[in-house]
Design a protein around this ligand. Sequence first.
Ligand SMILES: *Cc1c(COP(=O)(O)O)cnc(C)c1O
Length: 363
Amino acid sequence: MNKVGYPRVDINLEKLRHNAKKVNERCLDSGITMTGVIKGASGLPLVAKQYLEGGVKIIGTSRLDQVSDCKKFGIDTTYMLIRIPMLSEVRSVVELTDISLNSEVEVLKALNNEARIQDKQHKVIIMTDLGDLREGFWDKEELVETAVWVDEKLRNLTLAGIGTNVGCYGSILPTTDKLNELIELAEKIEERIGRELEFISGGATSSLMRIWDGDMPKRINHLRLGEGVLLARDLDVIYGYDMSMLHNDAFKIKAEVVEVKKKPSHPVGKVGVDAFGHRPNYVDRGMRDRMLLGIGRVDYGDPGELLPVDEGIEIMGASSDHTIVDIEDASRDFKVGDIVEFDVCYATIVYITSSNNVKINYV
Ligand SMILES: *Cc1c(COP(=O)(O)O)cnc(C)c1O
């Protein structure tokens, strides 16, 4: 019996370190510093540590409690808050982080006020929305005026740069056109304030496409990267980029078989709704061998995002605490107590690393 228990996630720190180092090097070769984003792995301090050991200098996340955990763990570095601060958390933003991404005048005023109280200089990156329709100023004139105002009037804030985010809500790609738009805005601001900005932050993992293609506009000098380091799967699977220099299996789920039986593939009786009030379509494939795993949606979110390592097995569905797997065509036999392994999609990692039911096992 394994002492760690199941279900569990095996996190390979060596692989994470390797990915961080490789991506950081590729960025530096293109004149880009990166923020290592930890939110996708629920901010686990040991994940943050691998970024640093890979040479990354700034750790970023959307949630302040993750920063607090990393600091308590002894990870002493520069921290960037990558979600627009809530007014109600401004004090902790100044206390815990060095840089934040911003898009609201009222929040900037509150940050400045709080930084004065704490006798600190807090750096801000002003976000512009270039079409993805999540955070950032839409009105470009307003963006430039706000940046200049921060620089001239808010004495405890340092205008560190501007940034944008794409590919999150609006599925917009970081094309060279979009990034040049960002640079144009940055240069407008630079002209007004009479100095160069420290950061022109050109997005997240999807912007690595520009580095891989070798057409990243020169003045983009910063990216905020999570998926491309922690999993390094999306650019390959979705866009066909060669990511073979990186590991795409640093996170693996291991779950235990709790039942193995032959059953009909179509439910028997009058069909109503499932555990979630939905009416799924069931395909009748006759009697099939299948197994039940002691892991469910509560632990990983969407069963469609689990990638079985064993060949010939197929996830039929899941309820909160069970996963049903068809093993009729499996390449091996399964019995109760066996362990089944899955690779993951990026969105799954945040669930399995934050579920109380899933043990975390560093390998
Ligand atoms: C989550 C996030 C990132 C990192 O995104 P990845 O696709 O995981 O690289 C970068 N910037 C912002 C503002 C984010 O919210």
